[in-house]
Design a protein around this ligand. Structure first.
Ligand SMILES: *Cc1c(COP(=O)(O)O)cnc(C)c1O
Length: 362
């Protein structure tokens, strides 16, 4: 059986290093906001041109706290792609802001920059581009629009650790780069975790205050905050895994090139551009008979996933939101036809060649 994801196998190569670091944390007696979080923040910052970094409790919180830091008036509008993961939209709603869904490009699956301007109103305050599946959005176009209309940019980098566009890493374009370290992500913790890169030092200070009850100094609270801290033990694990991030990404890129070169053309494969260096958090294909393809693969011992089966505007939780009432046909087309193939650090070249062989007989 080739499983879509097997986290035990993904982490096996790092088990000795992870054991050592967990013993260090236990022995340190410091479990919240201690030396390991500080160290990981430095490591992650160094990986991103020394942009200031704050560890938080999750990817959802990373976006939520970035938006909170901007202190927009409630009911301000925030531009977000219509095919994103639910968390991006939740972070906007949790700030009493209004998500304005913009359709993606059907080839890259990322927000279509040419459709952003027509969705900007006097109440628009920010754009949250999502680097879906490990491909960075067309940030040069997005930055130009943000500058023209004086909008903040919060990049959702949950699927794009180390991905590049025009030789620049995800998270280094916007005012904020929000990351998730959910265990399946390219840089995955052994539990929940997240981080925010903030270019502006005063934003970074606000984030560090917000994540800790709004307290800048113990028992002194200037603002209303959260409890959203990255755990010491997860920070220690993440410093170990960050050292291997390029190796993890390179492995996934190698597997992606096998799919790209050998899958027959019946399947719509991910777009490739010389501007992008993709890290393939997800390798998706599209096919009109997606559901029977998924079933066929499972019958042949290959499990797959769908990212995502239901578009945000069709989620029951959002059914009373009038802001999501438009038609989003491109998003629906993607949700109807997309299928994610095995591409983890634990998969071998043989696993992928076998998957390709089975796929090409469909
Ligand atoms: C995983 C993910 C998130 C949320 O991250 P969590 O750590 O699970 O809260 C947000 N946006 C995208 C695009 C994601 O893939």
């Amino acid at each position: 059986m080739i499983y879509y994801e097997n986290l035990k196998e993904v982490n096996r190569p790092f088990i000795e290093e992870l054991k050592t670091s967990s013993i260090d944390v236990i022995a340190s007696g410091q479990y919240i906001l201690g030396e390991r979080v500080k160290q990981f923040e430095e490591d992650f910052s160094q990986y991103h041109n020394n942009i200031s970094c704050s560890g938080v409790a999750s990817g959802l919180d990373a976006i939520t706290i970035s938006l909170k830091t901007c202190n927009f008036p409630s009911h301000s509008e925030v531009i977000v792609p219509s095919n994103t993961y639910i968390a991006t939209i939740l972070s906007i709603l949790q700030n009493q802001l209004i998500p304005v869904l913009v359709e993606p490009r059907l080839d890259t699956y990322n927000i279509d920059p040419s459709k952003i301007e027509e969705n900007i109103t006097p109440r628009t305050r920010a754009i949250v581009p999502v680097h879906l599946y490990g491909k960075v959005c067309e940030m040069d176009f997005i930055e130009a629009i943000a500058q023209k209309y004086n909008l903040k940019v919060i990049e959702d980098c949950a699927q794009a650790h180390g991905a590049q566009y025009l030789e620049r890493k995800a998270g280094t374009f916007g005012d904020f780069g929000a990351f998730s370290f959910y265990p399946t992500k390219n840089l995955g913790a052994l539990g929940d975790g997240g981080a925010i890169l903030a270019k502006n030092k005063s934003h970074d200070m606000t984030i560090k205050t917000l994540r800790n009850y709004g307290s800048h100094e113990k028992y002194f609270n200037k603002i209303i905050g959260y409890n959203s801290r990255l755990d010491e033990i997860q920070a220690a694990f993440l410093s170990v895994k960050l050292k291997h991030l390029n190796e993890i990404n390179n492995h996934k890129k190698k597997l992606a090139s096998l799919y790209h070169n050998h899958l027959k053309s019946d399947f719509i494969k991910p777009h490739i551009s010389s501007k992008n260096d993709d890290v393939y958090h997800i390798y998706n294909i599209r096919h009109p008979k997606r559901d029977s393809l998924k079933k066929y693969l499972l019958e042949h011992g290959i499990s797959t996933e769908i990212h995502y089966p239901i578009p945000p505007h069709h989620q029951e939780a959002f059914k009373s939101l009038t802001c999501l009432k438009q038609a989003y046909p491109i998003s629906e087309e993607i949700h109807r036809t997309t299928l994610s193939l095995p591409i983890s650090f634990a998969h071998t070249v043989d696993d992928i060649l076998h998957t390709i062989e089975v796929l090409n007989k469909f």
